[in-house]
Design a protein around this ligand. Structure first.
Ligand SMILES: [Zn+2]
Ligand SMILES: [Zn+2]
Length: 374
């Protein structure tokens, strides 16, 4: 007796039957096939189990809904149902099947291949300049991603044909292979688990159901991003299959090296060399900032390593609450390749210097003496 795989058919009701109608149909059948009536007929016992199992799903509106939704894709996974029947089944044949179809995790097989599958996420590395980080920017990126093939609508089958149930696994995506006394489930080699095979592949996508398509996208990069940040652009990843949702696109930020600035959190740090006279006398020098050139006042007596701050010329934090500064680290440049005249002037300058001109040099000499190293 061929086993019906349609739960409604098993109970002899229509798909639109009310819960009450389903219940009545079940009770009638359960009565009819009850062992008391059939005298322990094996075939009737099998039938009763089938009825019980079908009712078990359809009496529960939630399970029924899942079955309806799932069955409506093409009902194919249920054709793999026959496989589970090795003859001696214990409890409900549908119990396991139900778990297999709707349960969490479990084995991979036809059900995953025929179900909506979300598209993969994509990652795109985007280089930005520090100036762009300071102000935020709009970038147009171009990339290619798999899209549902327009010629076959994603089925992979050529126009006028459609994927067929795999004859080897009868749509289950798995086959049972005998290993000595054991028999084990394996992914079907013919359809590689899909449960379906394409006899005439679509020319446009070579049967894959997807084609790589170029996509241009304009994206807003917020001010304050840093290398390694990932911006998520929802729904711009690869197309899903069987009506599955698109993946997301992740923009991985790479901040390019700047000619002058090192980034230290929100602050930008640069070095500025100055002459010994600028250092001694004080001066105003021009320095680059992320916002263009600016004046920087050097105080008299500035030393190498002195840090001067240009407020607000750093980077904003991403939420826009704070703004960093620019830190300028002074490097006093010792003059080289002196002319005769320059040498004379410096020698004269030196002869006029004392411990107040060079307090550090003086302290150093004194310390040597005091500690007995002289
Ligand atoms: Zn195609
Ligand atoms: Zn197969």
């Amino acid at each position: 007796m061929p086993m019906s795989t349609d739960l409604y058919e098993i109970l002899g009701v229509s798909k639109s039957a009310s819960q009450d109608e389903i219940r009545k149909a079940y009770l009638k059948l359960a009565h009819k096939y009850h062992p008391d009536k059939t005298g322990g007929d094996k075939e009737a016992e099998k039938k009763l189990k089938e009825i019980n199992a079908a009712y078990d799903i359809l009496k529960n509106p939630e399970k029924r809904k899942q079955y309806d939704q799932f069955g409506s894709t093409d009902g194919q996974p249920f054709s793999g149902f026959g496989q589970g029947f090795g003859g001696d089944f214990g409890e409900s044949p549908f119990g396991d099947l139900f778990d297999m179809l709707f349960g969490q995790g479990g084995r991979q097989g036809a059900r995953s291949a025929n179900r909506p599958q979300p598209g993969h996420d994509l990652e795109y590395e985007l280089s930005v300049t520090l100036e762009e980080v300071a102000r935020g920017c709009k970038k147009t990126i171009s990339f290619s991603r798999p899209e549902t093939c327009g010629a076959c609508g994603g089925s992979g089958a050529a126009k006028g044909s459609s994927p067929e149930t795999c004859p080897q696994c009868r749509g289950a995506g798995e086959v049972r292979m005998a290993h000595g006394v054991f028999s084990m489930s394996q992914t079907c080699p013919r359809c590689r688990g899909a449960g379906r095979i394409i006899t005439r592949p679509c020319q446009n996508c070579n049967g894959s159901g997807q084609v790589r398509t170029k996509r241009e996208l304009s994206i807003d990069i917020p001010a304050g991003v840093d290398s390694g940040n990932r911006l998520r652009i929802a729904g711009e990843g690869e197309a899903g299959r069987m009506g599955g949702a698109r993946g997301d696109l992740y923009i991985r930020i790479r901040v390019l090296r700047h000619d002058f600035f090192e980034r230290m959190g929100l602050n930008l740090v640069c070095e500025a060399p100055i002459t010994i006279s600028q250092a001694a006398l004080g001066a105003t020098i021009r320095v680059p900032t992320i916002n263009g050139m600016a004046d920087l006042k050097i105080p008299a007596g500035a030393q190498t390593g002195t840090q001067l701050r240009l407020r607000g010329h750093g980077l904003p934090d991403m939420r826009g609450y704070r703004q960093g500064d620019q830190l300028v680290v002074i490097q006093v440049e010792t003059p080289q390749k002196l002319s005769r005249r320059q040498r004379e002037l410096l020698e004269e300058f030196e002869s006029l210097s004392n411990n107040r001109t060079y307090p550090k040099c003086d302290q150093f000499k004194n310390k040597i003496k005091a500690t007995g190293h002289a």
